[in-house]
Write a protein that binds this ligand. Structure first.
Ligand code: XIL
Length: 377
C-alpha cells in the first residue's frame, strides 16, 4: 500500500515535470520561438524604434529588421553626392544593441529614387554612361558604408513587368542604361561588399506568370557568373489571395533554381482594394473604410487562421524559406493605411494600434513553436 502511494506520487511528480518542460519550451515571442533557425523580421522607421514601448516590442520579437524607407535611394542620396546616413544608421545601431540582423532595402528601383539619378532636368533619360556612373556611385558608397552591418541587399526591386507580354518593366534605369542595368547593379553591389548576400525582390512573383520571369532573370544572372543569393516574395497579400498552394509552388521553384527564398514584406490586407500586388504608384482615389474602430473579432480570428496557413507553407520544406519579414509592426504603422487609398484604417499586422497582440500573433507564434520548439522567450 505504502509502495503504491509512492508510485502514484512519483507519477505525479513526473507529470508535473513534463508539464513544466512543455511550458518552458513554448516561447512567448516570435524570436524566442524560432530560436535562430529562421530570420523573423519587421520593417521599421528609425523614429518608431525610438518610441520606448514599440522599441521594446521590436527588440523582444524580431531578430531581423528592414528599413521601411530610410535605406532607399532618395533617402540616402537626395542630391547628387550628398549622402544622408543618419536615420538608417539609427536602425543599424538599434539592431547592434539588440543582436538583430539588418537587410538593406534597396539599391535600385523605379520608386523613391531622386529624379536626377537616371533623367535630365527635362525628364529625358540620361546618356547610358552618365546613368551607369550614377548607379555605380550610389551602390559603391552605400554598400561600403553598410559593409559588415547589413547581411544582404535587395539589389534590384520590382524590375519584372506586370504585363504578360513583356519581360522587364520600363523603368527610368532601363530607359537610360538598357536591359543590363540589372546585372550591372548586382555586379557593383558585389564589388562594393563581397560578403553581403544579394537578393532580387518583387511583388506577385508567387504567381506563375511573374514567377517564370523571375526564374529567367535568376538564371540569366547566374549564367553570367553574377552572385545572387535569394529571391524576395514581398507577400503584400489579402485574405483570399493568393492560395497557399501557389505560394508553395513558388517557394519550391525558386529553391530549385538555387536561391534562398525570403518572404520580404508580409502583410494581410483586411479592407477592399481593386488590385493585387503592391505597385506603389498605382493609387486609388476612393475606397471603403469599413473598420475605423478596430477589426471585428471574427475577422481577426480568420486573419489568424490565414497567417497560420501561410506560415505552415513557408516552413513546410525546412531551409527553403530563410526569412519572413512583416511590412511594419503594429497596425498603425502599416503602409496599407495609405495605399492604395489614403487615410484608411487597415489591420494587416500582428499587433493592434494599442500594441496588443492580435489573434494573428498567437496563430503565428503557435506555428513557430510547433515547427522549431523554441526554448527561450
Ligand atoms: C512602401 C513604404 O511602406 C511606404 O511608407 C512608402 O510610402 C512607399 O513604399 N514594395 C516595396 C516597399 O518594396 O519598399 C514599399 O514600401 C511597399 C511595396
Amino acid at each position: 500500500m505504502r509502495h503504491m502511494r509512492n508510485l502514484v506520487c512519483g507519477g505525479m511528480i513526473l507529470l508535473a515535470a513534463a508539464a513544466g518542460a512543455r511550458a518552458q519550451s513554448e516561447a512567448t515571442t516570435l524570436r524566442g520561438a524560432v530560436d535562430d533557425k529562421l530570420l523573423i523580421g519587421a520593417a521599421v522607421m528609425s523614429y518608431q524604434i525610438e518610441q520606448p514601448r514599440l522599441g521594446a516590442l521590436v527588440a523582444a520579437q524580431f531578430n531581423c529588421l528592414t528599413g521601411e524607407n530610410e535605406f532607399k535611394v532618395v533617402s540616402l542620396q537626395p542630391e547628387p553626392g550628398q549622402f544622408n546616413f543618419g536615420p538608417a544608421d539609427k536602425i543599424i545601431d538599434f539592431a547592434e544593441q539588440h543582436n538583430i540582423k539588418v537587410v538593406g532595402h534597396n539599391l535600385c528601383w523605379h520608386n523613391q529614387i531622386p529624379a536626377w539619378e537616371f533623367a535630365d532636368a527635362d525628364g529625358n533619360p540620361l546618356p547610358r554612361d552618365k546613368a551607369l556612373a550614377n548607379l555605380k556611385a550610389h551602390i559603391d558608397t552605400v554598400c561600403r558604408h553598410f559593409r559588415g552591418k547589413v547581411i544582404g541587399w535587395d539589389v534590384v526591386n520590382e524590375a519584372i513587368s506586370d504585363s504578360p507580354n513583356e519581360f522587364l518593366r520600363d523603368t527610368p534605369a532601363r530607359k537610360a542604361i538598357g536591359d543590363d542595368y540589372i546585372e550591372k547593379a548586382f555586379e557593383f553591389a558585389h564589388e562594393a561588399d563581397p560578403d553581403a548576400e544579394l537578393y532580387y525582390n518583387d511583388y506577385n512573383d508567387e504567381e506563375p506568370g511573374k514567377r517564370e520571369k523571375v526564374l529567367r532573370l535568376v538564371k540569366m544572372l547566374k549564367d553570367k557568373g553574377l552572385r545572387i543569393d535569394g529571391v524576395g516574395i514581398q507577400g503584400h497579400w489579402q485574405m483570399h489571395y493568393p492560395a497557399p498552394s501557389v505560394v508553395d509552388d513558388a517557394i519550391v521553384a525558386f529553391h530549385n533554381a538555387g536561391v534562398k527564398v525570403m518572404i520580404s514584406e508580409l502583410d494581410i490586407d483586411m479592407i477592399p482594394r481593386r488590385q493585387t500586388g503592391a505597385e506603389v504608384g498605382a493609387t486609388e482615389k476612393t475606397g471603403a473604410d469599413p473598420y475605423p474602430n478596430g477589426l471585428p473579432a471574427n475577422l481577426a480570428e480568420e486573419q489568424g487562421k490565414r497567417y497560420a496557413d501561410l506560415f505552415k507553407v513557408f516552413l513546410k520544406h525546412p531551409g527553403y524559406v530563410t526569412r519572413v519579414t512583416f511590412w511594419g509592426t503594429h497596425d498603425g504603422t502599416s503602409w496599407l493605411n495609405d495605399w492604395p487609398v489614403r487615410g484608411r484604417h487597415n489591420h494587416p499586422l500582428l499587433w493592434d494600434r494599442q500594441l496588443n497582440p492580435k489573434p494573428a500573433f498567437f496563430a503565428v507564434l503557435k506555428v513557430l513553436n510547433e515547427t522549431f520548439g523554441g526554448h527561450s522567450s
